[in-house]
Design a protein around this ligand. Structure first.
Ligand code: GLN
Length: 291
């Protein structure tokens, strides 16, 4: 008997069931994304071509990806790229997968840059990872120069490649720097109009309670120490001196950390104005402090 020839729709339905059995969130969306990449069709085109037969060679590739996903390897590591704002970023296990809430951080910085209304922007991105924040800012703000730092050389390889692919490599300087140890460095480009960061902010003990997918991501990009605030302490104490007068510190935060971070900022300088912004779920997500 000939092996069964699958159609697009059959494969979507079967695999969605399979993923459900393995407790994969959004099972249908996961197989759709895999098929989009392998068959080079957009989501809507998958359904317009619902009865297109899948070739054996395609089935092999899809099966291997589906198997990995059922082991809870993050979808975007399997695909090798992730969407963020209007662009696609190469990702792999040495970088955190860009999160939708971080898009708000970029939007906020863009709004601030309009408010500052200077002819030239110098921005420092601390813990750049895949480079998604630095690169989107370089795409969205005119007359910008970004210094993007990360302690991980492997992450910087992704960031540099993403900047090159998205054609902003001449606007961003990437530096390998560990803010927990490299102090008093002469940060080229300072003073900055804005310092932006999405540092690791999950409490150490909370990490093991999170979704299985998160265990595949670099723990050093997530682990914020005992209370999750280790990196905010360093940034607020050691890095705000690199800000220009009238500059802003813009931080992504955990939803329960806003008041604590405001306190850390006020401890350093009581006259700093500091606001908290919520994400689309109504959770505290961003702190903006004006220096
Ligand atoms: N928002 C991320 C998560 O919940 C955490 C990112 C971070 O620690 N900076 O997975």
């Amino acid at each position: 008997m000939n092996p069964k020839t699958w159609t697009v729709l059959e494969l979507i339905n079967e695999t969605a069931q399979y993923f459900k059995k393995y407790n994969i969130d959004n099972p249908r969306l996961n197989i759709e994304r895999i098929l989009e990449d392998v068959l080079k069709l957009k989501r809507i085109e998958l359904y317009l071509n619902f009865d297109r037969p899948i070739a054996n060679a395609e089935i092999e590739i899809i099966r291997a990806m589906v198997r990995k996903r059922s082991q809870h390897i993050p979808l975007y590591y399997i695909l090798g790229h992730a969407p963020f704002i209007n662009w696609d970023f190469k990702v792999g296990p040495s970088v955190l997968i860009p999160r939708p809430e971080t898009e708000l951080l970029v939007e906020r910085v863009k709004v601030l840059s309009e408010k500052i209304n200077a002819s030239y922007f110098n921005i420092l991105d601390i813990g750049t990872g895949s480079g998604c924040i630095a690169i989107c800012l370089a795409k969205l703000i005119a007359n910008i120069s970004v210094t993007a730092i990360d302690k991980s050389k492997e992450a910087l390889i992704f960031a540099e490649e993403n900047a090159r692919l998205l054609e902003v490599e001449n606007k961003i300087k990437f530096l390998c720097l560990d803010i927990t140890s490299d102090i008093n460095i002469n940060l080229q480009g300072a003073p900055f109009s804005i310092i932006v960061s999405n540092p690791p902010y999950i409490k150490h003990d909370e990490l093991k309670t999170l979704a299985e997918e998160i265990k595949y991501e670099p723990q050093s990009a997530l682990d914020g120490g005992t209370d999750g605030l280790d990196f905010y302490r360093i940034i607020i104490k050691k890095y705000t001196s690199y800000l220009a007068h009238g500059g802003y510190l813009v931080l992504e935060i955990g939803c329960d950390q806003g008041p604590l971070i405001q306190e850390l900022i006020k401890e350093e300088n009581n006259s700093i104005s500091c606001e908290i912004y919520k994400d689309y779920q109504g959770l505290d997500r961003i702190v903006i402090a004006g220096y």
